[in-house]
Design a protein around this ligand. Sequence first.
Ligand code: AMP
Length: 301
Amino acid sequence: MSLLVVGSIAFDSVETPTERRDNVIGGSATYFSYAASYFTKVNLVGVVGGDWPDAHTQLLEERNVDTAGLVKVDGEQTFNWTGKYLPNMNDRETLDVNLNVFGTFDPVLPESYKTTPYVFLANGMPAIQMKVLDQVESPKLVVADTMDLWINEHRDSLLDLLKRIDGLVLNDSEAKLLTGHENLVSAAKAVLDLGVSFVVLKKGEHGALYVSADDMFVLPAYPTEAVKDPTGAGDSFAGGMMGYLASVDDTSAASIRRALVYGTLVASYNVEDFSLDKMREIEKSDLDARFEQFQSLVNFT
Ligand code: AMP
């Protein structure tokens, strides 16, 4: 089954304690699409400025990402984000964000996208996420991501969105900010009370927690020493998770657990290099090999 994503497409400038990269390919929808493309066809909805090279779009098209919904506005600039990681490589500071063309984006779905059964509203303005949701016809599963900026400054429209979607994926700190609960399980349950059927809390290097009304699942992150740039870990996690679910077209508890494992594994590769660089090197078979390794790492009787 195909999978639709809307979110940011960006130029990122990233500083880690040892290295720096300027104006590399980034954005929530970009990381998500690339990660999901190991599993299924992706319909991308987004906007870029005239400064976005066609070669970047081709990179996605080569991965079976449909870019009919990617709008290029000549004379405007692409969204850009600048961030700096603290020495623990988990916490980061946003140094600069320029929404540019993303700030006034009014998404119009190509006719061919409207019946996409799996939908992911990647990190972006809740009003834009909702506009996309308005245009899809009876999707099977709608999941969204969000961040502190939208929780703080667009809270009401975010709360409206939560009443219309199935699942929410967000960081532990964002769940605390959204609900006021310090305890993660309480925070997850409070998110369910806001109208979603399930919530996935991303805990960075500490893994992920899935909570629904009748199930709970915890996973550590795949242990790797080779963390070079954590940017996009959350988006590639979501891409792996949703890509797997769309590929099996099944949202049973067993499939959701496997989807969370694939999300964890794509993210574990993504952090091994800047931008999309590591994901560009790997194949689905690498994910399957790491799946088996991970299974033995978490297995106990
Ligand atoms: P992650 O590390 O998974 O949280 O995702 C980082 C990506 O999110 C970067 O590539 C940024 O370009 C993008 N990003 C940063 N801030 C925002 C924002 N306010 N809205 C949408 N995307 C953003």
